[in-house]
Design a protein around this ligand. Structure first.
Ligand SMILES: C[S@@+](CC[C@H](N)C(=O)[O-])C[C@H]1O[C@@H](n2cnc3c(N)ncnc32)[C@H](O)[C@@H]1O
Length: 371
C-alpha cells in the first residue's frame, strides 16, 4: 500500500515521530494563523500532510520545527527573492498572492534548496523576538520598580537580539488609555492592557543579556535572520524590529554567549542592586531539570540580597500544543487570552514567593492583569 510505504521510513523517521511532527505543524499553523499569518496557517496544514517536508523539518530545533523551517525559507527568499515563491511573502510582494495556491511552489522550493535549508536548520536557532513584547515587559517592570526602587539592573535569560533589554527607550500606547513615554521616542508600542493602574516606564541601570547565540545587530546577515523569523504579513512589526535593532546597537548592553543557567552565578556576582532577572518566551525551551536548577540557584543566591524575577512564558496550553502533547480538556478551560502567563517572583533570605500577575495572548498584544 502507498500509505504503508510512506509509513515505513523516510530519512529514518519512525511513523510515530512523523505523526508527532505532523501534529506540531497542524497546531503551529493554527497558532501562527491566529497571530496574523494566513500564509503560515496554510503552510502548517499542508506541510502536515507531506512526509518529505516533515522529514526535512525534523532536522530543525525541537519545540520550534515549523517556524524553523518557515524562517529558513523566508531567509533564503529575503537573500535572493528571484523565485516565484517570493510572490506569496508580503515582505517581498505586497499585497501577496493568495496563500491557498502557495503549496506546490513551497514544496518545489524546499526540494530545490534542500541543502541550504538543511544547513540553516543545523546552524541557525529559533530566536523569534517581537517589539510588541516590550509592552508586557514594561508593565511587569513597572511593578517591580514600585517595590524594588530603581534604577533596575537587568539580566535577561535568552535575550536573542536584545530588543526587550531596551524596553525603556520606547513610548507605549495601551489601547484607550493614552500614551506613556517621551514624545520623541524612536517608536511607539501599541498593545492592550486590561485592568490595573497605568504603568510607568522603569528606569534601567545595567543591562546584561545572556543567550546561547546572541544576535549581533550590527551584522546585516544576523538582522536578516531575525527579520525572517518574523511572520511575513507582520510588516509593521518588521519595521519596528529594524528600528529597535538600531536602538539596541546604540545602547550599552553586555551580551554574553552561553547557557543562561551555567553563566548566571558569575553574572549575578557582578550585578548591583536592585536586581531583576527576567525571561520571555525562553524558559519553555529549557528542560524541567534546568528550570528546577534555576529556581534552586536563585533561592541560594538570595541569602545575601533580594532578587526579583519576571517570567513571561507560554502557559500550559501553548506549551502542550507546540510539543504535540495537546490536552483538549486543558485547552477548553483556557482561552486565547491565557496563552502566555506572567509571574513576578521575589527571592529573599533563601525563600521565594511567586505571584502570577497577568495573562497575555500568544503575541503579547493583549495583557490582562489577574491580581
Ligand atoms: C524565542 S527567543 C525569545 C527572545 C526574547 N526573550 C523575546 O521574548 O523576544 C528564545 C531565546 O532563548 C535562547 N535560549 C534558549 N535556551 C537558552 C539557554 N539555555 N541559555 C541561554 N539562552 C537560551 C535562544 O537562543 C533564543 O534566542
Amino acid at each position: 500500500l502507498e500509505s504503508d510505504r510512506i509509513s515505513t521510513d523516510i530519512g529514518g523517521m519512525t511513523r510515530e515521530r512523523r505523526e508527532l511532527i505532523a501534529a506540531t505543524f497542524r497546531a503551529a499553523g493554527e497558532i501562527y494563523g491566529s497571530m496574523g499569518s494566513p500564509l503560515y496557517r496554510v503552510l502548517g496544514a499542508r506541510c502536515a500532510e507531506d512526509p518529505e517536508i516533515l522529514e526535512l523539518a525534523s532536522h530543525g530545533i525541537e519545540g520550534g520545527l515549523p517556524v524553523h523551517l518557515f524562517a529558513s525559507v523566508h531567509y533564503l527568499l529575503r537573500r535572493n527573492p528571484d523565485d516565484p515563491l517570493s510572490g506569496y511573502f508580503a515582505t517581498l510582494n505586497n499585497p501577496p498572492l493568495p496563500p491557498e495556491q502557495v503549496y506546490p511552489n513551497f514544496a518545489r522550493y524546499c526540494r530545490e534548496h534542500r541543502d541550504e535549508i538543511r544547513e540553516l536548520l543545523a546552524t541557525r536557532m529559533v530566536q523569534t523576538t517581537f517589539v510588541v513584547r516590550c509592552g508586557a515587559l514594561m508593565a511587569m517592570m513597572s511593578r517591580v520598580a514600585e517595590e524594588a526602587g530603581g534604577p533596575l539592573n537587568l539580566v535577561e535569560l535568552g535575550c536573542s537580539a536584545g530588543i526587550l533589554l531596551t524596553f525603556d527607550k520606547y513610548a507605549y500606547a495601551p489601547k484607550g488609555r493614552g500614551r506613556i513615554g517621551p514624545a520623541d521616542a524612536p517608536l511607539t508600542v501599541e498593545f492592550e492592557l486590561q485592568g490595573g493602574a497605568l504603568p510607568r516606564i522603569a528606569e534601567v541601570g545595567k543591562r546584561v543579556g545572556i543567550d546561547l547565540n546572541p544576535i549581533d545587530v550590527r551584522s546585516e546577515d544576523e538582522r536578516r535572520w531575525i527579520l525572517s523569523l518574523c511572520f511575513p504579513e507582520l510588516l509593521g512589526e518588521a519595521a519596528q524590529l529594524v528600528t529597535a535593532m538600531d536602538v539596541v546597537a546604540a545602547t550599552d548592553i553586555s551580551f554574553i554567549r552561553g547557557d543562561g543557567l551555567a553563566l548566571l552565578p558569575d553574572v549575578l556576582a557582578e550585578m548591583p542592586d536592585p536586581l531583576c532577572i527576567y525571561h520571555s518566551a525562553a524558559l519553555y525551551l529549557w528542560s524541567p531539570e534546568a528550570r528546577a536548577a534555576l529556581e534552586a540557584l536563585l533561592i541560594e543566591a538570595s541569602h545575601g540580597r533580594d532578587i526579583y524575577r519576571v517570567s513571561i512564558e507560554p502557559s500550559e496550553m501553548l506549551d502542550s500544543q507546540l510539543f504535540g502533547r495537546y490536552d483538549e480538556e486543558d485547552a477548553a478551560q483556557r482561552t486565547q487570552t491565557d496563552a502566555v502567563e506572567a509571574t513576578i517572583s521575589l527571592y529573599r533570605r533563601g525563600a521565594v514567593e511567586h505571584r502570577p500577575v497577568a495573562f497575555a495572548t500568544s503575541d503579547y498584544s493583549i495583557v490582562r492583569w489577574i491580581d
